[in-house]
Write a protein that binds this ligand. Structure first.
Ligand code: HEM
Length: 151
């Protein structure tokens, strides 16, 4: 019953009846807050993954034009980070009761699998053809815009 008083904000009546803050309500709020922090933490890691993948691409645009670009290790690590943090984000959002747009996530996942496949298979090549290198950069950028524009 104390929860009802606390939830309606009737502090005077709480005090009058000797009740403190509702423990169940407080724990529910703390849990929600902790989950929010965790989700934002993984969005941060997801963005660090983009930085590694896209950063690796952008630093080699000149080399790409000359056909001498290569998939540096950071790009592979970035792509794996995107996959791991993306899957964890889906799980956390589901667990927190947020609606996850499965079509959007499916498209992002499909594009990332192409990116990962290319970067993984060609990770040891000294020179990667312009087309394959450009495709990885383009698909990463497409995924960024899918993430922010598809609501
Ligand atoms: C190159 C690949 C990817 C890029 C560039 C990318 C980009 C982004 C960006 C910029 C955000 C933050 C903006 C926002 O909250 O809407 C985000 C959030 C998110 N991403 Fe990704 N992502 C990629 C792959 C993935 C994959 C493979 C998954 C899932 C398997 C995934 C799942 C999510 C989820 C669940 C969020 C939280 C927000 C939401 O519901 O959209 N992402 N992504």
């Amino acid at each position: 019953m104390g929860c009802i008083y606390a939830a309606t904000g009737s502090r005077e009546s709480d005090r009058a009846e000797g009740r403190g803050r509702c423990p169940a309500l407080s724990w529910a709020l703390i849990r929600l807050r902790a989950m929010d922090v965790l989700i934002h933490l993984f969005v941060g890691l997801h963005i660090i993954g983009i930085a590694a993948l896209l950063g690796g691409f952008l630093t080699q645009m000149k080399a790409m034009g000359q056909g001498t670009a290569r998939f540096v290790p950071g790009m592979l690590h970035g792509a794996f980070t995107m996959l791991a943090t993306g899957v964890i984000l889906v799980g956390l959002n589901e667990a927190d009761g947020h609606h996850v747009n499965t079509v959007k996530i499916g498209v992002k996942l499909a594009l990332l699998i192409v990116i990962l496949g290319l970067v993984y298979v060609k990770r040891d090549e000294e020179k990667v053809e312009k087309g394959a290198f450009a495709l990885v950069g383009a698909l990463t950028m497409v995924n960024v815009f899918i993430a922010v524009l598809w609501t």
